[in-house]
Design a protein around this ligand. Sequence first.
Ligand SMILES: NC(=O)c1ccc[n+]([C@@H]2O[C@H](COP(=O)([O-])OP(=O)(O)OC[C@H]3O[C@@H](n4cnc5c(N)ncnc54)[C@H](O)[C@@H]3O)[C@@H](O)[C@H]2O)c1
Length: 327
Amino acid sequence: MKTILVTGGLGFIGSNFLNDFVISNLDKNIINIDSQTYAASTKSTLDLNQFSNYKYYNIDILNKEDINNLFSSYNFDLILHFAAESHVDNSILDPLIFAKTNTIGTLNLLDTFKNYKNFDDKLFYHISTDEVFGSTKKGYFDELSQYKPSSPYSASKAASDHFVMAYYKTYNLPVIISHCSNNFGPWQYKEKLIPVVINSIIKNKTIPVYGNGLNIRDWIFVEDHVSAIKFLIKNHSVGETYCIGSNNELSNIDLVKKICKISDKILKNKIPSDNLIKFVNDRPGHDLRYAINSKKINSLGWNPSASFSKALEKTINWYISNKKWFI
Ligand SMILES: NC(=O)c1ccc[n+]([C@@H]2O[C@H](COP(=O)([O-])OP(=O)(O)OC[C@H]3O[C@@H](n4cnc5c(N)ncnc54)[C@H](O)[C@@H]3O)[C@@H](O)[C@H]2O)c1
């Protein structure tokens, strides 16, 4: 029986992954470790506790002793590394915790994995971001793009990517990295743009938009990211990197206006919520545009399947129906 380690499985993307993967892989042992930072939610994976192939441990990836014990207790075939500090604004206020969790935490996992004697059919899959490539005015990021991180968050992710590749080149560890664009969907912590906007609409309070709102992001529905990860687990070459995007480029202001329109329809608001929009001081080092060229993974046979509008509507409906969780 294959044994799989998921780190950060109580976070936004990790929990969406587990809610799909545990149920569709009953023949595999799936271990979730998460240190339950403010961004974790035990509710997101509550339904999984009934499955005997799923187990959760409260473990911090910075605790080398706990990680060593875990890797001795289980012989992991696959490590899916989601755990991270993920909010750019927080990284501007406190870069050190980002360097610790994202860089040293990843290094702890790699260094412990390195102690295994046999790497046949094993894989360390590092979940990274397109933000490591910085900003692009024109064109698209792909697997050959230069690293040019702008924020302490993306710098810490870039550093972790470099360690992952260094362990591949120096110690022959079987690794892959995927760089995904901005995700949206259920269970995202309330600090992120889409939940912030819905939260403001529900409470009828100001919707803050950074700068002039013209920064562009390439949005992907979290279910599509999960399907890409599942695809790459089966279809990859060791030592390679993969860009995952969904061709949904949108300026922040256009996205916010769309959310207002959909929410107003659902909530039957009489006064349009876009009246609540207020431009606020820009985020320092704010990248202008992220855009992903996913041709490599597309050519292997993976394509996103969500319609952006339908997925956004589904997401807004989810937040409105789960007000208690995120407000
Ligand atoms: N959200 C996005 O749009 C996006 C896009 C591309 C890549 N990513 C990457 O995907 C991964 C998951 O992102 P997310 O949005 O789900 O983040 P998240 O902040 O929602 O979840 C992160 C999880 O990691 C856990 N964690 C943090 N520090 C830990 C530690 N020291 N030990 C153990 N667990 C710890 C947290 O408790 C939390 O449950 C991250 O690596 C992120 O860089 C995110």
